[in-house]
Design a protein around this ligand. Structure first.
Ligand SMILES: *[C@@H]1O[C@H](CO)[C@@H](O)[C@H](O)[C@H]1NC(C)=O
Ligand SMILES: *[C@@H]1O[C@H](CO)[C@@H](O)[C@H](O)[C@H]1NC(C)=O
Length: 370
């Protein structure tokens, strides 16, 4: 069983999608409709088109700078291709909105190189270490629930060009558990994990935490149990680059005592979320690069190819569907790509279908105040 670390990558699964859906699905989003057919390699043909106008507004919105005309033309070509990809995603995922995001000028390869490092792969089994959580009663769960309203979630963070999603997923779950235990919300240090944690999975020695090249949240818990705990963000700030370990045990803010794997039943996950706090989750992020908002409920999304670590913070009963294809129950997921991405940094993913593998790698952490 190959159990590679979450690499925070996108696109890995995309190539396996059937594209014909596009020709039949109605694409009503303006953004998408303006995609031109100029994808033949001559980027100059894009000049003056609706695609270039969109590209210019993208440049302004995200403060992009290209130093030469060549670079500009190169990015314009990539942008046009990404608009095509967004159109594919829109066709496959009609209840969400897909289009221009801050990543729209990065090629597939660049995205992989910057936001991952190691190739993703198959996963989906429970991970080694940490026991399996006992079954909870799922009666009387609220219809909707959101830990943000209770003050258990720190502001959305930004991992930058570093495949450290696993560290943000880990800190998010500890921040939540610590808030519930102490009533205090504090930012915890991803950089400590990036620099100091090289733990490998107990059942797959190849799945090791490796800074900006990927990792697993359960490995991070193992590391933190051994190290004694985690420092505050302020005491060990994020740089987005792997560096020398500067962990000082005397500055530990929260101690990690144990963790559990949550079985892949979404009712159980909901119960654990409500009773325990925000949960670390691994999923297939292929639809997230082009995601703008709405409830993402793709027709096809690989369930075995988990490549991104995120934080489950709540759920809702009925998500507004932009194309009125029906209301869907959804999960509320905190991402680590800044507040400009998605819905103020959050992703809503439809609930009840193990969508994009979201129920196969879920863990909860137990903490003790330092
Ligand atoms: C950790 O949690 C598991 C259940 O998930 C339990 O079996 C185990 O005893 C716990 N370990 C400690 C040290 O509390
Ligand atoms: C966490 O960090 C953010 C960004 O630096 C800051 O705005 C926030 O006040 C900090 N503390 C908490 C508890 O969120």
């Amino acid at each position: 069983m190959i159990k590679p670390p979450l690499t925070c990558a996108l696109f890995v699964v995309l190539l396996t999608y059937a594209v014909p859906a596009i020709s039949t699905a109605s694409i009503s989003n303006n953004i998408i409709r303006q995609v031109t057919d100029v994808l033949t390699g001559d980027n100059h043909a894009l000049v003056g088109t609706a695609t270039e106008r969109q590209f210019i507004s993208f440049i302004n919105k995200y403060g992009k700078e290209y130093s030469t005309r060549e670079e500009y033309m190169h990015r314009l070509g990539i942008f046009a291709k990404n608009m095509m990809r967004a159109a594919e995603h829109q066709a496959l995922d009609p209840t969400a909105v897909h289009g221009v995001t801050q990543f729209s000028d990065l090629s597939e390869e660049e995205f992989e190189a910057r936001f991952l490092g190691v190739q993703g792969g198959k996963s989906g089994t429970l991970l080694g270490g940490g026991g399996e959580a006992p079954v909870l009663d799922v009666k009387d769960l609220p219809e909707s629930f959101d830990w943000r309203e209770k003050g258990a979630v720190t502001p959305v963070k930004m991992q930058g060009s570093c495949g450290s999603c696993w560290a943000f997923s880990t800190t998010g779950s500890i921040e939540g558990a610590n808030f519930i235990a102490t009533g205090k919300l504090i930012n915890l240090s991803e950089q400590q994990l990036v620099d100091c944690d090289h733990t490998c999975d107990a059942t797959d020695k190849r799945a090791c935490n490796d800074g900006c090249s990927g990792g697993l949240m359960t490995n991070a818990y193992e590391y933190l149990i051994k190290a004694g705990g985690i420092q505050e963000e302020e005491a060990y700030p994020y740089t987005g680059k792997p560096g020398e370990c500067k962990f000082s045990p005397e500055k530990i803010a929260v101690r990690v005592t144990n963790f559990t794997n949550i079985p892949g039943d979404e009712q159980q996950i909901a119960a654990r979320l409500v009773h325990h706090g925000p949960l670390a989750v691994g999923l297939n992020a292929v639809f997230m690069q082009t995601y703008i908002g709405g409830v993402s409920c793709p027709l096809i999304c690989g369930k075995k190819f988990l490549n991104h670590g995120v934080l489950l913070v709540g759920y809702g009963a009925k998500g507004f569907s932009i194309l009125r294809l029906g209301n869907r129950p959804y999960w509320i997921i905190k991402n680590s790509w800044g507040e400009k991405w998605g819905e103020d940094g959050y992703y809503r993913l439809c609930r009840g279908h193990n969508m994009c593998g979201m129920s196969s790698m879920v863990s909860a952490v137990m903490t003790k105040t330092s």
